[in-house]
Design a protein around this ligand. Sequence first.
Ligand SMILES: Cc1cc2nc3c(=O)[nH]c(=O)nc-3n(C[C@H](O)[C@H](O)[C@H](O)COP(=O)(O)O)c2cc1C
Length: 146
Amino acid sequence: MTQLPLQGTGLAGWLYASRCALPSAWAQRAVDDIVAKSVPRNAALDVTGALLFTGARFVQFLEGPAESIVAIRQNILADRRHHDIVTFLSGGRAERVFSNWSLAYAGPSLFVADKVENLFHIGIRHTAEIIDLLEQFVIISEANKP
Ligand SMILES: Cc1cc2nc3c(=O)[nH]c(=O)nc-3n(C[C@H](O)[C@H](O)[C@H](O)COP(=O)(O)O)c2cc1C
């Protein structure tokens, strides 16, 4: 696991996975609400990124000025709508992956759920593959938007 401290105003990133703590009947509406509120908040902090929700797990990657990432990370870590948060990557980044999205979102599908379960088998050293996977999901879900 890459665990560098996030410092200063340089570009930083945070990639984590967690388990949804919301009853499944409410989860989708709650997640839609999280995304709707996060988009303007992330934009105001110059943060971009992607959130994937399988119905049971979240995988999220956020990138932006280190100070912004630290602030958002603190909120997200304390958020009781999810738990078992595992950090895959936290530290400096050379460039943005999701520069066009304040928070791109890929919602539940069997395909996504299977791929995410596999992440926990391939291990958390493969952070580049996880970010690639997020990018693919985002591209697919953007392409399928009406
Ligand atoms: C899975 C998950 C992802 C989240 N992603 C973001 C995000 O990208 N940006 C954001 O501002 N809040 C995000 N939140 C919400 C924050 O945890 C928190 O509710 C929000 O920053 C507001 O904090 P406040 O209640 O102190 O105002 C997320 C929450 C969850 C459960």
